[in-house]
Design a protein around this ligand. Structure first.
Ligand SMILES: Cc1cc2nc3c(=O)[nH]c(=O)nc-3n(C[C@H](O)[C@H](O)[C@H](O)COP(=O)(O)O)c2cc1C
Length: 334
């Protein structure tokens, strides 16, 4: 077992627990692109260059979102230990992979809301399967919007049949662009439908290669001529909540902010008994992403598209052991 360097005055068990919690964050293809450097007075969160997805995410935007989600969870885990975390996002221009530094800001008891979100960390899952027809209620939607706002982001709901049909069309168009690209398909294959025993990637049991189950929701309603990958049949709910997350900032900071907001929204959804999956193709392909921005009337480009509803239990995806998340000396550093 790797030596766990002392940090923030925590015991070894406490360090293991907060890093394990942070490592439960969602990431594109379950790439888990985060590393933690433990210093006596700070925990540094770094993006791991070995876990980039250069075809689908050439600018590392979704990698920073995943790291933002891990950062929010790290904050929450420290709050659960009665520590007020002081966070500096992207503290050093000369180290763009250093996503954040987290310091000890004094003792402070966790709020009931923080404890509720912390309890949701181990329960949260991406659920690509069909949801029940029961709609998300107004109070639940309010809780999700509040979660986004509290992290400096905005959760737009795509309402009305025309706008929802347009989102489906954008998803089909983006899906086609991606699946026509052999490099995209090759990268996807290395990360999805992975064998049992692997500690990263998306196992076949959780969804497998595209079209992932939830993509059938977007692909199914199109006339045969319009969508070559159309999967017929009414297996999916008619009216899932389609929500689009945008951040208030712009640039790389915005991605980290969006990631923190994403995890807060997902944990709030879990605490409310709701399930979520992603429709990222729309924000991964530039044309559809811009059309979606105009559709929701946002000034900032959309960061994440979620389908939210009431699901049935699904299995957890694997995670790397904590020892592999600790950055010793970066021999691979640029
Ligand atoms: C930025 C981002 C984009 C994602 N996009 C997709 C997607 O398009 N399709 C999908 O099925 N899952 C997507 N996911 C979910 C991941 O595959 C999932 O988080 C990962 O497999 C870990 O599983 P878990 O969320 O159940 O812990 C995305 C996750 C993140 C953070």
């Amino acid at each position: 077992m790797t030596d766990i360097p002392p940090t923030l005055g925590l015991t070894r068990e406490q360090v293991e627990r907060v890093l394990a919690d942070a490592g439960r964050a969602p990431s594109l293809h379950n790439s888990q692109p985060w590393l933690f450097r433990l210093r006596p007075d700070a925990i540094e969160l770094h993006a791991d260059p070995r876990r980039r997805l250069p075809v689908v995410d050439p600018d590392d935007r979704e990698q920073r979102i995943a790291c933002g989600a891990a950062l929010f969870t790290l904050r929450l885990a420290l709050q659960g230990l009665g520590i007020r975390p002081i966070v500096t996002v992207l503290p050093d221009r000369s180290q763009p992979r250093l996503i954040a530094t987290v310091r000890h800001g004094g003792a402070k008891a966790a709020t009931p809301e923080q404890l509720r979100l912390l309890r949701a960390v181990a329960k949260r899952r991406t659920n690509r399967h069909p949801f029940a027809e029961t709609a998300v209620t107004r109070p639940e939607l309010y809780a999700l919007r509040r979660a986004a706002l509290d992290e400096g982001a905005w959760l737009h709901v795509v309402e009305g049949p025309e706008d929802r049909a347009e989102v489906q069309r954008l998803a089909v168009a983006a899906h086609r662009v991606q699946t026509d690209d052999p490099e995209f398909v090759a990268e996807l294959r290395t990360w999805t439908g992975t064998a049992a025993g692997r500690r990263d990637g998306v196992p076949a049991a959780a969804g497998g290669p595209q079209p992932a189950p939830q993509d059938r929701w977007v692909l199914r309603d199109f006339s045969a001529g319009d969508a070559p990958d159309r999967v017929p049949g009414k297996e999916f709910e008619d009216d899932p909540l389609i929500a689009v997350l945008t951040s208030h900032l712009s640039g790389e900071r915005a991605d980290v902010q969006a990631g923190q907001a994403l995890q807060r929204v997902l944990l709030a959804a879990t605490a409310e008994g709701l399930a979520a999956s992603f429709l990222s193709q729309i924000v991964e392909v530039p044309g559809p992403r811009d059309r979606l921005r105009r559709l929701i009337g946002a000034t900032r480009p959309p960061q994440v598209v979620l389908r939210i509803g009431r699901g049935w239990p699904v299995l957890a995806t694997p995670r790397l052991p904590v020892a592999e998340l600790i950055m010793t000396e970066p021999s691979w550093a640029p």
